[in-house]
Design a protein around this ligand. Structure first.
Ligand code: ATP
Ligand code: PRP
Ligand code: MG
Length: 282
């Protein structure tokens, strides 16, 4: 049976559960459940703290897991990132009180509070900076005010928490993160079940990033229209009852589909439809 780790709570858990459900896997009925057996798919899910997921997967105790790229990096576990899941996007930044301008070199000899000590230690070492790391479990942004640190290194999503605490980020991002599906490098190399699981999750994520566009196109405009909607391989072009028109169908990136529909309409296409793709395989 394939063994898969899923965040049990926190920033990643809801979206992770939604993707797995869309991919056809069994949901847990009670949020307190720490494991669920999906008999139909021959998968056992373990609901763990996102921070611990990479440790289990790296050790080979579990085959696959969903966690944050930043958490996996901090764990030091040897895991392979299979699929970027498109949610839980964040950067990992140094920050300090915004009444002064800081550079990364100013961190030398200072106290840096963080929940990601290995990520920070590695970054400082690569820069040859010696600083003291204060390891905290969370609510890191308050630590300077409380006098235990001079600067912090933490996850930044919208940036709201930094602003609320009069902090400003400085230096480059130490890690551009999002939720990822990871696997153990050895244990599932040849496993058909693992490959199928990865393909299903990839299919849902890919489906979320694209929409299907259908439109009616006057024959003389076909070349221009398909240049705008090239699809993945190539668009499907079908005859219509009216010989002056053709029906075109292609996948397009979700992000730009509204402006693409505007452009197609301006070109002379009609009956332009966009529909969701729930899942796909390549
Ligand atoms: N505000 C946010 N915006 C985007 N991603 C976030 C945000 N907060 C956390 N993350 C991402 O979620 C993951 C951490 O999840 P979470 O915050 O649930 O874990 P935790 O901090 O260990 O747990 P908890 O917050 O319950 O103590 C990381 O990959 C991080 O990049
Ligand atoms: O940039 P923002 O959108 O404001 O989000 C960033 C904040 O979100 C996370 O905290 P979380 O809620 O997980 O609490 P924690 O610090 O206890 O982990 C993260 O650690 C930051 O504190
Ligand atoms: Mg958190």
């Amino acid at each position: 049976m394939l063994r898969v780790a899923v965040p049990n709570k926190g920033a990643l858990s809801e979206a992770a559960a939604a993707i797995l459900s869309e991919a056809g896997y069994r949901k847990r009925s009670d949020p307190k459940d720490l494991s669920v057996i999906d008999v139909n798919n021959d998968v056992e899910f373990y609901f763990l703290r996102p921070k611990d997921v990479a440790i289990y997967v790296g050790a080979g105790t579990l085959d696959l897991g969903i966690t944050g790229r930043d958490l996996a990096a901090d764990s030091g576990a040897e895991v392979i990132e299979e699929v970027a899941l498109g949610f839980g996007s964040s950067t990992f930044r140094y920050a300090a009180p915004n009444d002064q301008t800081w550079t990364v070199d100013d961190l030398a000899g200072k106290r840096i509070a963080t929940s990601y000590p290995n990520l920070v230690r590695r970054d400082l070492a690569s820069r040859g900076i010696d600083a003291e790391i204060i390891r905290l479990d969370g609510a890191v942004e308050i630590s300077i005010q409380l006098g235990v640190a001079d600067a912090i290194a933490d996850v930044v999503g919208s940036g709201r928490t930094l602003r609320l605490h009069d902090l400003a980020a400085f230096g480059e991002s130490l890690c551009d993160s999002e939720a990822v599906l990871i696997r153990n490098p050895e244990s599932v190399e040849a496993s058909k079940a693992a490959k199928q699981f990865i393909a299903r999750v990839q299919g849902v994520v890919f489906g979320q990033q694209y929409v299907m566009i259908d439109y009616d196109c006057p024959k003389p405009l076909l070349e221009q229209a398909v240049a705008m909607t090239p699809g993945l391989e190539s668009p499907t072009v079908s005859p219509m009852l009216d010989p002056e028109w053709l029906a075109v169908r292609a996948m397009v990136p979700r992000k730009s589909h509204q402006s693409l529909m505007d452009d197609l309409s301006e070109l002379g296409a009609r009956a332009i439809l966009a529909s969701d793709i729930r899942s796909c395989r390549f």
